[in-house]
Design a protein around this ligand. Structure first.
Ligand SMILES: NC(=O)c1ccc[n+]([C@@H]2O[C@H](COP(=O)([O-])OP(=O)(O)OC[C@H]3O[C@@H](n4cnc5c(N)ncnc54)[C@H](OP(=O)(O)O)[C@@H]3O)[C@@H](O)[C@H]2O)c1
Length: 294
């Protein structure tokens, strides 16, 4: 059995990915990560109602990626559930995330979208299969789009194969200082959509660092594409358009890249893939169908 944890799996792309993996791969067992137990239970119940045959291939794990204690107790719970195995997990899809349309501040966005991935990896890598384990970090094209507008030195820094977590964290702290207006520094935040881009560019950089530090695992990042969910519907509303008119696709269509990173044949580790499962650059947008980044 390939046991896979997906964070933020009670709705949206996360829930669609649970469904896709259970439907397409008989050998999978899915752990639905949900910060809210009730919402997670509802998601689990609806899957079992619709597909009773999946009943024994699903479990629910309460996990709030913003909280150290919640992430650590979720890892302890998984360890306990499968206590006969020292490395019970095959894969992790770090899907939980928040957008800027909720009007949340940079600190909150970084805590969920960037630190959240780090927390989950710190707690769960020790129980991941050490030779074939895989991680997919669901980031966003907003990362490369943000980086495309940065100075060359920032681009070099966040795409450096030797980048470390401490350096990434310092970069985020610089932005936080700037954002608070209390201290001068080199960075400028022009708007909250940029905050989302920063969080995803830093999550992509962390993917480089994590893959380098765990050479036996396959660790990559991807964008799901522009997908209609609770995260993006406000963007359509604020533009006075329908999600379809904005070019948004269905949550099911947003599962391809993370499915490919967990179950397909990605080349290498520490890379970023587009929603068409093609390797993409970290410092500029590559549209689906464009030539791969080498
Ligand atoms: N939709 C797009 O077009 C798009 C594009 C690029 C990237 N992405 C990325 O795709 C991922 C999934 O987004 P989505 O569009 O499916 O959004 P969504 O429908 O809003 O789902 C987000 C999920 O993350 C969970 N979450 C939020 N904060 C959390 C926390 N602190 N701890 C644990 N779970 C938390 C939410 O839980 P609750 O239900 O409790 O809020 C929900 O389950 C995100 O990382 C997002 O940045 C989406």
């Amino acid at each position: 059995m390939k046991r896979i944890l997906i964070t933020g799996a009670n709705k949206g792309i996360g829930l669609a990915t649970v469904t896709k993996l259970l439907d397409s791969y008989d050998e999978t067992f899915l752990l639905i990560g949900s910060r809210n137990l009730k919402k997670g239970q509802e998601a689990r119940d609806s899957l079992v109602d619709n597909y009773p045959e999946w009943k024994n291939r699903l479990d629910l794990i309460q996990i709030d990626v913003e909280q150290d204690a919640s992430v650590n107790s979720a890892a302890a719970e998984v360890r306990k559930k499968f206590n006969s195995e020292s490395n019970p997990l095959f894969g992790i899809i770090n899907n939980a995330g928040i957008g800027s349309s909720y009007g949340l501040g940079l600190e909150k966005i970084l805590q969920v979208n960037t630190y959240g991935i780090k927390r989950v990896c710190d707690a769960f890598i020790p129980i991941l299969n050490p030779s074939i384990g895989r991680i997919a970090n669901v980031t966003s094209a907003s990362g490369p789009i943000y980086l495309a507008g940065c100075r060359e030195e920032v681009k070099k820094f966040l795409t450096n194969p030797a980048v470390t977590w401490i350096e990434i964290e310092d970069f985020m702290k610089e932005h936080l200082k700037d954002n608070s207006g209390s201290e001068q520094n080199n960075f400028q935040i022009s708007g909250m959509s940029e905050a989302y881009g920063i969080s995803k560019a830093c999550a992509n950089a962390y993917t480089i660092c994590l893959a380098r530090e765990n050479p036996n695992l396959t660790i990559n990042a991807c964008t799901p594409g522009f997908i209609e969910t609770d995260l993006t519907r406000p963007i359509a509303e604020s533009n006075g358009k329908t999600p379809a008119e904005m070019g948004m696709k269905s949550p099911e269509e947003g599962t391809s890249a993370s499915e490919f990173l967990l179950m397909g044949d990605p080349i290498g580790s520490g890379h970023y893939y587009g929603s068409d499962c093609v390797r993409s650059p970290l410092d500029r947008y590559r549209a689906p169908g464009d030539p791969p980044h080498s």
